[in-house]
Design a protein around this ligand. Sequence first.
Ligand SMILES: [Mg+2]
Ligand SMILES: [Zn+2]
Length: 431
Amino acid sequence: MQAVIMAGGKGTRLASITKDVPKPMVDFCGRPLLTYIVENLKENGVDDIILVTGHLGNVIKEFFGSGAEFGVNIRYFNEETPLGTAGALSFIKDMFDDTFFLVFGDLFLNIDFKKFYDFHKSKGADITLFAHPNSHPFDSDVIITDEADRVTGWAYKKDARDFYYKNLVNAGVYVLQKSALPRTVGKQDLEKDIIIPKIESGKIFAYNSSEYVKDIGTPERLRLVETDYKNGVCEKRNLKHRQKCIFLDRDGTINRFVGLVKTKEQMELLPGAAEAIKRINESEYLAVCITNQPVIARGDVTFGELEEINNKMHTLLGNDGAYLNGLYFCPHHPDKGFDGEVKELKIECDCRKPKTGLVKAAAKRFNIDFKNSWFIGDTYMDVMTGINAGTKTVLLKSGAADKNEKYKCAPDFEAQDLAEAVDIILRGEKV
Ligand SMILES: [Mg+2]
Ligand SMILES: [Zn+2]
């Protein structure tokens, strides 16, 4: 497989530590940053690499040469004058395979490129963006996607944002079809000139991943990423390794319990919930929400309205620097015969808690190890879901705790609220 690495960055903000080297050659734990990108690609079977260089490109070429020392074949294209973030692509189009990766050279990353590639192919995408939630979506450019991960819009941070949105930010790693590149030759911006004009085609997708990709734009960020690297955090997040996850119920666990939530006005975070989820985000656990929403089958709420309600939750969490890595809901309900119901959703499905269809879907996407994972919820149905999947469980006493008549099960722990539950888990209580 093939990758193009954009390594022409000047690294103005890193000037204090990169005087005579281009940004991708900045020292990272004793070796140039770019070597880690090349090695991550090589581990994934990407051995045909094109390096686009610019400012001080000779330093890069002298270091990597033919790539033989790294077990890859490297070719070079040097930009004599800056061509923007994507202009070089139009000059070297003939060198590309039909499908190739594009990586910006000022990133530290450790990702399962094969999984990323499989996602791209399964969607029949022209371009797939590697995307992730971050701790400050309110001052980031945010990608708008539909339920199939198709990109439908782009919200720039400079524009007023008077709507609720998912926390999803572009990371700077892509899979591209050669055929998706425009015919024009010259200076081009990847987002503005190539990706955004193609959103309308419906062939741009976002791969929402929990893997480690961070830019090292300032000396402070560089030090933070080096610390994560030394602590093994970057490698552990690679989805080729089994992941630990804290599954979270929604109503009564993250947001205030008001019975069935039918309007976005009813979506209000519980006090302390965002802080608790932020602590999960900073730990080695993923945070994935699993919720039954029979309001859809009952005809009370449409899919679009549910998305709005969920987007309000994502926005409120994002305002407090917290995020969910995933959210899965069951729209079904088994009991037929009510006015206004959506007949095709009134079924015995395999995703309504305490069944495990949703947690299994999350486990497949994130390679989750149930044995080292937890389910937190405010009902015995949540506890039963965790037990059915093989996770440990915490029952919250704050919410709607049902009487334990139907399932007759016992949680591993009980807690007053989400904050206490997360305390118990992160303290490493043994069951
Ligand atoms: Mg609940
Ligand atoms: Zn279902």
